[in-house]
Design a protein around this ligand. Structure first.
Ligand code: ZN
Ligand code: FE
Length: 477
């Protein structure tokens, strides 16, 4: 931005700061037509790896509370085969071995392959590990990097992806994400959209696993289930919930004292990440409610300053799609988000992008006049990134006028990147898939909600990273 543009923008910033009022923006960007249909099953993007019973759909996730373990998962189609991971710090030199378990399931007329889950623990921080699964000619090799040790100033880059599906838009999102240097994906629910197929449900779970392997085999994806994972189909004789999801995708829930794989927490580098389940009971006195109450007490901002919450259904959403669906969880949990000064809440579900200002509605009372969200410095910023690119297409109808709490919104496919720089600053970007190009369309510098409060700021030495530019100003409003 140069010349007049800069001046006009600066004046806008200044006027916002003076008046304390800011206006949100609805992006006028309209993308040209780009197919939003599922990639055909015979496509090379779903290619089955060569060799008899070769492991496929390889994915890893964090395996413990602090990032010194991973869970490696994969599927063997013909027979169980060994459930072993050979690994080591040098390529082709696998001097260590971990053993896991095998499971399978049926769903209506589909019978799954053999699903392996193997915990690899006792890893060193900041280390590249190579690993091998499968045997003989069918063996496959991959690698991953462990995060830095838990430290308030550890820098780390997360990608945020939601509602991915398996269309050409999904592929585009993946390809763009891979270029960003993101080290771990925070996934906000709705994985494969396989539930849209009656007979091919399991087949579409398998194809999705093969599509995303290009990323999931090499870095952890922190999983969170969406409504498309529920798969409650009494008409097909399937009455348990989350059946394919729970068989295929593991979470390290026991490490955070959770009683269910649906909600849990992990700590990674300088972040404490809490995963909530929009589709499990969460009202007062339910297991998820008790767990969250206790997990917030375990958060230590001196060690992990960045407090991030993931859920599927957004609490603040000004799109006509799924409007108010997150309201019941807001009523249950928003008070704690404000009390514990959560930095960021990421959600999916709405197939568009939206970012809020720091606002809360904790004074809402059914009989009083207080029912509108108000600016609140202790409140998180709410970000909806349900725009991974699934076959349901975009949610392009926003409420008009744009509510005061909504800072920016746009109906395009894309993903976000969150770069934690140190204990005080993080650079955040939402990248739009601009018909094949990766375009940063929303950039914000976030100040940590714990370390940038005035008393703690004084404790920080001057030599800490500091931004004195326009982006710094942007983050103030
Ligand atoms: Zn959804
Ligand atoms: Fe969705």
């Amino acid at each position: 931005m140069k010349g007049w543009g800069l001046l006009v923008f600066s004046l806008h910033v200044i006027s916002c700061l003076v008046s304390g009022v800011s206006s949100g923006r609805t992006s006028s960007y309209v993308r040209t037509e780009f197919p939003s249909r599922d990639i055909p099953l015979e496509s090379e993007w779903f290619a089955i790896p060569k060799g008899y019973n070769a492991p496929q759909q390889v994915h890893i996730t964090q395996g413990d509370y602090d990032g010194k373990a991973v869970i490696v998962s994969w599927v063997t189609p013909e027979e169980p085969g060994p459930s072993e991971v050979f690994y080591g710090k040098k390529e082709k030199q696998y001097d260590q071995k971990a053993e896991g378990t095998t499971t399978n399931y049926t769903f209506y007329d589909y019978k799954s392959g053999y699903i392996h889950h193997c915990l690899v623990d006792g890893l060193e921080y900041n280390t590249k590990y190579y690993y091998k699964i499968g045997s003989g000619d069918s063996a496959r090799e991959f690698w991953f990097e462990t995060p830095p040790a838990i430290d308030p100033d550890a820098s780390y880059t997360f990608g945020i992806i939601g509602d991915l599906g398996q269309t050409f838009n999904s592929l585009s999102t993946l390809q763009h994400y891979e270029k960003t240097g993101g080290q771990t994906v925070l996934f906000v629910g709705d994985l494969s959209y396989a539930d849209r197929y009656e007979h091919d449900d399991g087949i579409r779970w398998d194809s999705w696993g093969r599509l995303v392997e290009r990323s999931t085999a090499y870095q952890p994806w922190i999983w969170n289930a969406g409504n498309h994972e529920i798969e409650y189909r009494p008409d097909l004789g399937e009455t348990s919930t989350f059946k394919p999801y729970l068989h295929r995708y593991m979470t390290p829930y026991l490490a955070s004292k959770s009683s269910s794989p649906m909600w849990y927490a992990v700590r990674r580098a300088s972040a404490h990440i809490i995963v909530l389940s929009s589709y499990s009971p969460f009202v007062k006195y339910t297991p998820q409610w008790w767990w969250l109450k206790n997990e917030f007490k375990r958060v230590d901002r001196e060690k992990t300053p960045w407090l991030i919450v993931l859920m599927h259904s957004p609490m603040y959403n000004s799109n006509e799609a799924h409007y108010m669906e997150g309201e019941s969880m807001r009523a249950a949990f928003e008070k704690w988000f404000v009390k514990y000064k959560v930095d960021l809440v990421f959600a999916g579900h709405v197939h568009a992008y939206e970012r809020s200002y720091r606002i809360s509605n904790v004074n809402y009372n059914i009989t009083s006049g207080n029912r509108y969200p108000v600016p609140d410095k202790s409140a998180p910023v709410y970000i909806t990134v349900g725009d991974g690119g699934n076959q349901e297409g975009l949610a392009s109808r926003f409420n008009d006028p744009q509510p005061d709490y909504s800072a920016f919104r746009e109906a395009s496919y894309g993903h976000s990147i969150l770069q934690l720089k140190n204990r005080t600053h993080a650079v955040y970007r939402w990248n739009r898939n601009d018909d094949g190009n990766n375009v940063p369309a929303d950039t914000v510098v976030f100040h940590n909600q714990y370390w940038t409060s005035s008393t703690r700021r004084r404790r920080l030495k001057k030599n800490h990273f500091h931004l004195e530019n326009l982006e710094d100003l942007i983050s103030l409003f």
